[in-house]
Design a protein around this ligand. Structure first.
Ligand code: DGL
Length: 272
């Protein structure tokens, strides 16, 4: 009997926050994750390069018969999901975008803060999302250059990290937002610092569970049958295998394997 196979990827470790939620929703699915750490951070790269990396990684998953692909990265979703869908029309993709709509629904004072990468904030897709919110909502955007890279480097609790998070949060605190959206999957791993910097009256929201539920809905619609036992979690990185292993051991409460996959290059799709 074949199990559902789900491919997930991010510029690095950030998408593990999505993988964790998908695992809770679909414990019997085989999860294949690519951390593109050799090319992280995506948020400070030109769009064309991000799109090329997304195409190459998608090809890796297609060759491994993934039933569903989760783009577990806001930056990659904004830059590339339209191209991915056009290039691989038979593959169901799930993207990740900052949860503005739920934040607007939950906010009491109508002031929302968004922490995200520069590339996400500058993208047309995200601009359209902001424009679609009701006029009564005041959305404060804060790009956090260097934050994803610092999380990728792994020292999550040193003084530099707390300072950097404080610097990212200060304008949002001054603006009086009562709800903050984590618009980058990496930021989940410093949520404790963000909550401390924003204060207890501010609610911090992420999209991991919503993405996991959407993945479950799409997976349920595929024709493959599911077995009643734990799926394998296979983590691959284009960067340092040991760093990924250490990060995953801290944050993933279920068995997983970690391997290095080289830089991954394209054999199938044409890159510009
Ligand atoms: N984790 C990615 C996101 O959700 C971005 C981090 C990066 O800049 O690579 O946007």
């Amino acid at each position: 009997m074949t199990r559902i196979r789900i491919g997930l990827f991010d510029s690095g470790v950030g998408g593990l926050s999505i993988l964790r939620a998908v695992r809770r929703e679909l414990p019997d699915a085989d999860l294949l994750y690519v951390a593109d750490s050799a090319y992280a951070p995506y948020g400070e790269r030109p769009v064309r390069e991000i799109v090329d990396r997304c195409l190459v990684i998608t090809e890796h998953f297609v060759e491994r018969d993934a039933d569903v692909i989760v783009v577990a990265c806001n930056t990659a979703t904004a830059a590339a999901i339209a191209t991915l869908r056009a290039t691989f029309p038979d593959v169901p993709f799930v993207g990740v975008e900052p949860g503005l709509k739920p934040a607007v629904a939950r906010s009491r004072n109508g002031r929302i803060g968004v922490l995200a990468t520069q590339a996400t904030i500058e993208s047309d897709k995200f601009r359209a999302l902001v424009a679609a919110q009701p006029g009564s909502a005041e959305v404060h955007l804060r790009a956090c250059p260097g934050l994803a890279a610092a999380i990728e480097a792994g020292d999550l609790d040193g003084p530099e990290m707390t300072e950097l998070v404080e610097w990212c949060c200060t304008p949002l605190r001054s603006a009086g937002v009562d709800t903050v959206v984590l618009g980058c999957t990496h930021y989940e791993f410093v949520r404790h610092h963000i909550e401390r910097a924003m204060g207890t009256a501010v609610e911090v929201l992420d999209t991991a569970e919503a993405v996991a539920r959407q993945t479950e809905r799409i997976a349920a619609a595929t024709t493959r049958r599911r077995e009643d036992h734990n799926g394998h979690v296979d983590l691959r990185t284009t960067g340092d295998e040991r760093a990924l292993g250490e990060f995953a051991d801290r944050w993933l409460p279920f068995p997983h394997t970690t391997t290095h996959v080289g830089l991954l290059t394209s054999g199938m799709v044409a890159l510009e």
